[in-house]
Design a protein around this ligand. Structure first.
Ligand code: IPM
Ligand code: MG
Length: 355
């Protein structure tokens, strides 16, 4: 089992170190190799996704990823910014299916900014298409406008587009995931305004006919954003495009108390995957040792389940995480009065001990 370990920037190095310790505590043999990515790689090699890092990732069964980005790179030309590393990995490895589960652990019900009764027992799965949409659509750029409201002035543009096969394959992923859960899929679109998302809705509906046992409904993205904070438990599997999924998954994360709890998996068609916490590099708290490593540790569990076919080890990690929460251990982001405050390393060590 070959794992490429790419800690990246900011808190990435701190949280990935804890996940690696947890993996090391399992009675399994891994071949792990670490490489620079993001701003750290830019500093060392002048590029956020060096050829060697990409090669390592391609050759691995799975990539364990921390986070990339820092405001200090905002002035760089786009192709050199840290974010290009994660976008490049998604594109080059064909990681089109992004799983972002939002589970509210009963121990953390009070950490959510929503009323406990709205989030207690919450267990939704956002499936975000990850290699298409306005993120990657060409053409894009800046130019002098020749039409529109202000011809002759500077303008910028991006292209939202989806092909039929791209929509079909992510729809299949969603329906198959729903079959293992409560057999409901909500497809989120903006068919009332956008051609791309009318097409999305039509294709998802067609694919849905192959899954008569799964209930499919459709929701506009603005309404979905509202329903997620009004009655989040009404959702089960949510499938949507790249940009809407980016936004809704951050919103869903906060329902669970902290974005520091949310793992994610990004898979290609051969089950090779990249596993990363749903949060970013948090440069404001980097180096302080206070980041929550649980999202990364839970991402390692997803890696064991999806790409490495070790479901028992995955479950052991998930049970261990539950157990440290039950012991009352909390990093700053999930702290509430009465709990025991721990730092990043103490949280990692507690999970290892629980294992
Ligand atoms: C995410 C992040 C990325 C995205 C950034 C870092 C490029 O926000 O994984 O959700 O927009 O996809
Ligand atoms: Mg995001």
């Amino acid at each position: 089992m070959k794992i490429a370990v790419l800690p990246g920037d900011g808190i990435g190095t701190e949280i990935v170190a804890e996940a690696v310790k947890v993996l090391g505590a399992l009675d399994l043999k891994f071949e792990m190799e670490t490489a620079l990515v993001g701003g750290a790689a830019y500093e060392a090699y002048g590029h956020p996704l060096p050829e060697a890092t990409l090669k390592l990732a391609k050759a691995a069964d799975a990539v364990l990823f921390g986070a990339v980005g820092d405001w200090k790179y905002d002035k760089l030309e786009r192709s050199l910014r840290p974010e290009q590393a994660i976008l490049g990995l998604r594109k080059n490895l064909g990681l089109f299916a992004n799983f972002r589960p939002a589970i509210c652990y009963e121990q953390l019900v009070d950490a959510s900014s929503l009323k406990p009764e709205l989030v207690a027992g919450l267990d939704i799965l956002i499936i975000r298409e990850l290699t298409g949409d306005i993120y990657f659509g060409q053409p894009r750029g800046r130019r002098i406008a020749t039409d529109g409201h202000f011809p002759g002035t500077e303008e910028a543009f991006d292209t939202m587009r989806y092909s039929r096969p791209e929509i079909e394959r992510i729809a299949h992923v969603a329906f198959q995931a729903a079959r293992k859960r409560s057999k409901r899929v909500t497809s989120v679109d903006k068919a009332n305004v956008l051609e791309t998302f009318q097409f999305w809705k039509d294709v998802v509906t067609e694919v849905g006919e192959q899954y008569p046992d799964v209930q499919l409904d459709h929701m506009y993205v603005d309404n979905a954003a509202m329903q997620l904070v009004r009655a989040p438990k009404k959702f089960d599997v949510v499938v949507t495009g790249n940009i809407f999924g980016d936004i809704l998954s951050d919103e869903a994360a906060m329902l669970t108390g902290s974005i520091g709890m949310l793992p994610s998996a990004s898979l290609n068609s051969s089950n090779q995957g990249l596993y990363e916490p749903s949060h970013g590099s948090a440069p404001d708290i980097a180096g302080k040792g206070i980041a929550n490593p649980l999202a990364t540790i839970l991402s390692a569990a997803m890696m064991l389940r999806f790409s490495l076919k070790q479901p028992e080890a995955a479950q052991r990690i998930e049970v261990a995480v539950q157990s440290v929460l039950t012991q009352g251990l909390r990093t700053a982001d999930i702290f509430s009065p009465g709990a025991t405050r721990v730092n990043t390393q103490e949280m990692g060590a507690a999970v290892v001990k629980a294992l």
